[in-house]
Design a protein around this ligand. Structure first.
Ligand code: SAH
Length: 191
């Protein structure tokens, strides 16, 4: 898997052809199980969903009073998120990122950026108190992992918490989903 990479076009094609088996219609059980660790007794957090797709957990956390920010290259995914949840939103360009769009719920507490995550910086999106990383680090091309983790570190407030979901399997037997990230690598990436 090391040398394999998925292009933005391939991700967009997954969305347009409905090859989105990674999307779950129900909230993620591990987020529910470990929510206390993510929140750590705090309320009104800014929570980041890198490579968010149309994860239903974004609304779940927003409904609790948190402010949710997501990013995905697929405009279709982001629009489907709002449509599926019945949430009105408005759309505007993002100063500083050409071609990017910001889709914000009318209620104001869900803000989704349509661009590559590598276009973001704390100057544009600010910093976060918490990160939910499911289907994100494991979807990053192996050659970009270090860059991804450096960016994530730069987007985190001092006392922020980060929940990461990875999948244990034999990468020689299975092709995905979509890239294998062994625990030793998680440790060396995040320190
Ligand atoms: N986290 C979501 C989606 C996981 S699939 C969930 O759990 O359901 C990975 C997502 O990353 C896809 O929606 C894909 O469109 C998006 N993606 C891939 N490369 C990206 C990049 N460089 N920047 C932003 N989004 C990207």
């Amino acid at each position: 898997q090391r040398e394999r990479r998925l292009s933005v076009e391939e991700w967009l094609r997954k969305w347009s052809t409905g090859a989105t088996g990674f999307h779950k219609e129900h909230g993620h059980p591990l987020l529910q199980k470990h929510l206390d660790i993510l929140l750590n007794g705090r309320s009104g957090l800014r929570i980041f969903f890198p490579l968010c797709g149309k994860a239903v957990d974004m609304k779940w956390l927003a409904d609790m009073g948190h402010s949710v920010v997501g990013v995905d290259v697929s405009e279709q995914a982001l629009k489907e998120f709002f449509a599926d949840r019945g949430l009105p939103y408005c759309e505007e360009p993002v100063p500083g990122i050409s071609g990017a769009k910001k889709l914000q719920s009318t209620s104001g507490n869900i803000c989704l950026y349509c661009c590559s995550i590598y276009d973001l910086s704390s100057a544009i999106v600010g910093k976060f108190d918490a990160v939910w990383d499911r289907g994100a680090l494991v979807a990053v091309n192996p050659c970009d992992r270090q860059r991804y983790v450096s960016l994530m570190s730069s987007l985190m407030e001092k006392n922020s918490s980060y929940l990461l979901v990875t999948v244990l399997y034999d990468p020689n037997k299975h092709k995905g989903p979509p890239f294998y990230v062994p625990e030793s690598e998680v440790k060396s990436l995040f320190g």
